[in-house]
Each structure stands twice: as C-alpha cells, then as structure tokens.
Design a protein around this ligand. Structure first.
Ligand SMILES: *[C@@H]1O[C@H](CO)[C@@H](O)[C@H](O)[C@H]1NC(C)=O
Ligand SMILES: *[C@@H]1O[C@H](CO)[C@@H](O)[C@H](O)[C@H]1NC(C)=O
Length: 401
C-alpha cells in the first residue's frame, strides 16, 4: 500500500464529497421554494405542540391576549394577537375574565378592542416579528410583556405573516408587505388610531417588512407618518446578508462563496427576494424631509438597535443602514462616505461603557439613532429595556410636540 492510497486518497475523496455536497446544497438554494424556506424559515414553527390560540401557555393572563384573524385583500387569512397593557387589564380585569377565550371571531365586539379604540390616550405598537416561528416563539412573548408592562398605555398588535404559524399562504416580499399593510389598515381605520399614536417595532426580517411598510405609506398622498420606528437587528439588504448570515448564529452558510465576490454576486442573481432596506429607508427619509412643514415638527423618529454579540446578523449591518439613513438627510451632492461618517460618529457618540454606545443624528425633518449594546444576541435583546425605552421615547416625543 502506498502513502497515496493509504492517506491522500481517502482525504481527497472526503474533500471532494464535501465540496459536492456543498455545491449541491447551493444548487438547491437556487430553487425558489427552497430559497423561501431558507430565508423565511416559516416551516420551522418552534411552537410545536402549542396552540397559538391559548396565550396563557406563554404566561399571559386570561384574555390579556386576544387571538384573532385578519383578511388580506388578496384572500389570505392572517393570525393575529392583540396584547393589552397591564394597567388597562388591571382596571378591567373582571369584565375581561368573563369574556370567552380562544380564537375570537369578531374582534370589534371585544372589550379589549374597545379599550384600544375608545381611549384617546391609548398607544399602539405594530409588531413585526423576524423569520421562523410564530407569534409565540422564542423571545417574542417576553418582548410583548416588556412593552405592555411599561408605565404607558401601550397596546400591541402582532401578526404571523402569510405562511407562518396558522396564517394561510406562502411568504414573499410583496406578500409580507401586503400583510403589514393589512395590519396597519386595521389599526388606523378599524381601530381608528391616528398614526401619531402608533410606533412600528420590528426585529430581524421584520425590520425589512417595517421599512417597506413605512416607506409605502409615507410615499402616499397624503402621507401616513408614524410616531416612530424601532428596528432591532436589521440587515442592509439580502445581498449583503448572504455575505454575513449565520444560521442560528453558528453556520456561516455562504462564507465559502463569499470569499470570491464574483461567485457571490453570481449566486445572488438567483436569490429572488431583495428586501432593499437601506435604499428604502433612505428614500423614505429623503421623501419625508421634502414634505412641507406640518403639525408634526419631527416627521420621523427612527431608532436602530443592534447587539455586538449578535452572531446571526452582525451589527455592521446597522452601521450600513444608519449610514444610508444619514446620507439621505444630506445635500444630494454631499454623498457622505462610510468612513467619513464613522469618524464623525467617533467624535459624536455617547459612550455608555458596558452598556455600549449610541449616536443621534438630527435633520430638519426628523431623528435617526444608532444604539449598539454589548449584550443581547439576536433575539433576547427584544425583551431588553433598551428596546422598551426606544419605543417609550418615540411615543413621548409625540406628547412633547
Ligand atoms: C361584530 O361585533 C360588532 C360590535 O358588537 C357588531 O356591530 C358587528 O355586527 C359584529 N360583526 C359580525 C360579523 O358579527
Ligand atoms: C448618498 O446620497 C446621494 C444623494 O442624496 C446619492 O446619490 C448617493 O448614492 C448616496 N450614497 C449612498 C452610499 O447611497
């Protein structure tokens, strides 16, 4: 037996097999349906063996959460939750407890809905979750609790997008925008909440949906401008995401391809969804800045939050999103370079030590903030006070103008 056949050949065979598997896997990713599974992860329910119509399983009080359904204009049925503020619940506990539980067929008949609709001090968070799972997965319930237990009167409306949980259909870029528009329509028209009392909250994939929603509504005539938008762990766009994304924070899916920019660019031509968050946010800001002065002195209030230890989506994405947002507030000729903004940030940012740092950028039309915390991973951060504070601040700004 030669050295070659004893050692080198098995290694070569294993390496070739590994490479072929990987190439086959990449090949599979170019199939649209499998690609959707890889991006939206909607097949991974995470709340297996749990009924999303029984919110008590996630520790909520009887009828603190009302599960209901929304119909989209293109015929899908979305599963939704209405989470009541804790203080509102306390004041109405007996009446709420007496109502039936489970999936509610007529949300407008419910006390909780009336408490949202009829209370001029009620504030509303439109909640757009990330990829995978359902309304009840992971850190999402903790995040609703953190928001609804705050001193303010904050209601939450959350949906499972099409194809997720018990919602019907299959996810797509335009489909998820339709879903978010359906939820916004319900909030603004059916519940009659003015946009000044609405804050968009989103995490991960949800940030792309949220930017898409805010962009769509701001460009309407007349524009709809929300009190604020809080984006947790956003990504710049899918193209940049494929360079850096790690499944569950551990498997850097495309890192081998990303070493060859041309190969990655070619691979990206097969990825159908784009989610161009950085560009849509820039357009949203540029457009909103150009609107003539209105009652609202601050027309947008955007907070970008990311943890340094986010292994799924690295926080450099927030730097890129913030850069595009700030660039959009500048003179069209200015064309701010990334490095120049980084230098400027170094001078202007507030250092919070173990709490990370933050920087605020004011333009004549609004405010954009970047807040980088040291701890919080990709999901856990949603339940952290830095997020609740950002939401409270967006609501508070409305009071003070
Ligand atoms: C839902 O409830 C509201 C308020 O009680 C009522 O006016 C409406 O007719 C109900 N809708 C349906 C479809 O039952
Ligand atoms: C910055 O904004 C200008 C116009 O406002 C635009 O031409 C340029 O492409 C933007 N830069 C980036 C990196 O997007």
């Amino acid at each position: 037996m030669t050295f070659f056949s004893a050692f080198v050949r098995p290694i070569l065979i294993a390496a070739t097999a590994g490479a072929s598997f990987y190439l086959a896997f990449l090949g599979l990713l170019t199939i649209p349906a499998l690609q959707d599974h890889a991006i939206y992860l909607h097949g991974i329910t995470l709340t297996w063996f749990k009924d999303v119509n029984v919110p008590e399983q996630w520790g909520f009080l009887r009828n603190q959460v009302t599960p209901f359904q929304l119909k989209t204009p293109d015929g899908e049925t979305l599963h939704a939750w209405h989470v009541l503020p804790l203080e509102t619940y306390r004041e109405n506990q007996n009446a709420l407890r007496d109502e039936p539980t489970g999936l509610c067929r007529n949300i407008t008949s419910r006390i909780g809905f009336q408490l949202l609709k009829d209370d001029p001090t009620a504030q509303l968070v439109i909640y757009l979750h990330g990829a995978a799972g359902t309304l009840g997965s992971g850190w999402r319930p903790q995040s609703y609790r953190a928001l609804s237990a705050s001193a303010q009167n904050v209601h939450i409306l959350a949906i499972d997008y099409r194809g997720f949980g018990s919602s019907t259909g299959w996810p797509s870029e335009s489909g998820l925008l339709t879903d978010a528009l359906t939820l916004a329509d319900f909030a603004l028209k059916t519940a009659g909440i003015p946009p000044e009392r609405v804050v968009l909250f989103a995490q991960s994939l949800g940030t792309a949906v949220s930017i898409s929603l805010a962009h769509h509504l701001a460009l309407q005539s007349p524009p709809t401008l929300f009190a604020g938008m809080v984006l947790v762990a956003p990504f710049a766009n899918v193209e940049l995401l494929t360079q850096t994304y790690s499944i569950a924070g551990t498997v850097p899916l495309l890192a081998p391809v990303a070493r060859w920019p041309k190969a990655l660019a070619w691979f990206n031509t097969f990825i159908l969804c784009k989610w161009p968050s950085k560009d849509k946010l820039a357009e949203l800001i540029r457009h909103t800045d150009s609107l003539r002065p209105s009652r609202q002195t601050t027309k947008y209030d955007i907070t970008i939050i990311h943890a340094e230890d986010d292994y799924d989506i690295p926080w450099v994405h927030s730097d890129v999103v913030f850069w595009h947002a700030v660039n959009a507030t500048q003179d069209p000729e200015a064309n701010l370079a990334f490095e120049d903004l980084e230098l400027l940030k170094d001078k202007q940012k507030t250092d919070l030590g173990a709490g990370g740092w933050e920087v605020e950028w004011k333009s004549h039309g609004g405010i954009v903030r970047e807040q980088i915390v040291k701890h919080g991973l990709h999901d856990r951060i949603m339940s952290y006070p830095v997020v609740s504070l950002a939401v409270a601040r967006a609501f508070h700004r409305k009071d003070s103008t």
